[in-house]
Design a protein around this ligand. Structure first.
Ligand SMILES: O=C(O)CCC(=O)C(=O)O
Length: 423
């Protein structure tokens, strides 16, 4: 690993120094990154373009396949070598000795029983994990194992469809929802070795069964059953997320219902990830290193393994546990905690022989809600680390202007301050 890549890899947003004047994060490289239109591009990408001749500009949306990449697994498997678009730079590929993350495994049984001692114990584990790397797993989470298994089966049903049928559900430019093969519709280098299907879920009473409608209208009437499974899965995820929001509030010593109330009418995003086997897994990644821009991610992975978290200055793998759900902090919650909790830096590696699946539920607030930490937390632990923003601002930034990476929140803050007149 060359040293410049190592520096970038290791510079987690929380380790970035703070600007003296306004208390906002200040990145030493930031002056170089700003483009004429005020949009920020990650230093690693600028460097790659120059040195490797790889084109990587997140600002130019592409039609699927415009750069010749359609993620047709059948055809890709037959190619002698990995197409260059999938080859990642050294710095992102670095592997440490297979080390397993010792994240806390939090049993929620006592929390659901409202057992005070168990709640305090769980909140302590949550606090330690979120201050350290932003990642933990939960068991006895109340989500029916059969529902999780059905959600994995339905994932297969969709991704095994012919490519033409999947492309009929492809996402529109600027939208988070729809099918995407290797994100080749947006990017032309460092493509992830995976296919995704994403759709929205309204937290409020979803009487219109929007997930079912989504599947019927975009994939076909025959996908009603798939829609029903995901409708129930999202409902279960929302319920669990509100319990975790209470735990997060307790762990931060703020009013217990503060975050729960904030997310009650949210609009979350569900994403199914399918990672086919890859002949040259050491040259590519299934999901590149990034922090989720969203608030909280609740993920179930199958037994293959591949998820890795950056903790204690190295990549560590997360052992799959079929009975557990993985939870990680995202950028928006980092802002809601005034930077106390770390947005988890993670990635997913791919496998030579085995396909892998994961189900990610990204918890988001209602789009126009102002993201601002609770006042008592700021009074105790101020000053404010991030300006007020709405989730729709951050969503727009990551969908139209920026490829989510390890410094999204910092870059977004900078973009916001230089693009939006103060209110
Ligand atoms: O598949 C995984 O384990 C990670 C997925 C992920 O990070 C994502 O979808 O943003």
């Amino acid at each position: 690993m060359d040293s410049s890549a190592a520096t970038l890899l290791l510079s987690h947003p929380l380790e970035i120094k703070h600007d003296r004047e306004n208390g906002l994060p200040f990145h030493p490289l930031e002056l170089k990154n700003e483009r004429e239109n005020g949009v920020v591009c990650h230093p690693l990408e600028l460097k790659d373009e120059k040195e490797n001749g790889i084109l990587c500009h997140p600002l130019e949306p592409k039609d699927e396949g415009e750069n010749g990449v359609v993620f047709d697994t059948v055809k890709l498997q037959k190619q002698a070598s990995l197409p260059t678009e999938f080859i990642w730079p050294h710095g992102d590929l670095v592997h440490t000795q297979e080390e397993e993350l010792k994240e806390p495994l939090i049993d929620l049984k006592g929390v659901f029983r409202d057992d005070k001692r168990e709640i305090i114990r769980a909140a302590e584990l949550v606090r330690a994990a979120c201050m350290n790397h932003g990642f933990f797993q939960v068991t006895n989470h109340g989500v029916d194992a059969e529902l999780i298994s059905a959600a994995h089966d339905q994932l297969d049903a969709f991704f095994k469809l012919p490519i033409s049928k999947k492309l009929a559900a492809r996402r529109n430019p600027g939208s988070v929802c729809g099918y995407s093969g290797a994100h080749a519709d947006r990017f032309s280098s460092k493509l992830p070795w995976k296919e995704t299907l994403s759709f929205g879920y309204n937290h409020g009473s979803d009487t219109e069964l929007s997930v079912v409608e989504y599947f019927k209208s975009t994939v076909g009437e025959e996908f009603q059953e798939t829609g029903l499974v995901y409708q129930r899965y999202c409902e279960a995820m929302k319920e669990l997320s509100l319990v975790i929001m209470e735990l997060l509030a307790i762990s931060l010593e703020v009013e217990r219902l503060h975050y729960k109330n904030f997310f009650e009418d949210g609009r979350s995003i569900m994403r199914c990830n399918y990672y086919p086997p890859c002949k040259e897994p050491d040259l590519t990644l299934g999901t590149g290193p990034h922090c989720d821009p969203t608030s909280l991610t609740i993920l179930h992975q199958d037994q293959v393994g591949g998820l890795q978290v950056f903790a204690a200055n190295k990549w560590q793998s997360v052992r799959p546990r079929s009975d557990a759900l993985v939870v990680n902090i995202g950028d928006t919650f980092m802002a809601l905690s005034n930077g106390r909790y770390k947005s988890c830096l993670h990635r997913a590696v791919v496998n030579k022989e085995r396909e892998r699946r994961s189900l990610a539920f990204f918890v988001c607030p209602k789009e126009d809600k102002v993201v601002r930490p609770p006042q008592d937390l700021v009074d105790r632990e101020g000053p404010r680390k991030y300006p007020d923003f709405t989730w729709s601002d951050l969503l727009e930034f990551t969908q139209k202007h920026y490829r989510a990476d390890i410094t999204t929140l910092h870059s977004f803050t900078h973009w916001l301050l230089s693009n939006k007149p103060p209110t």
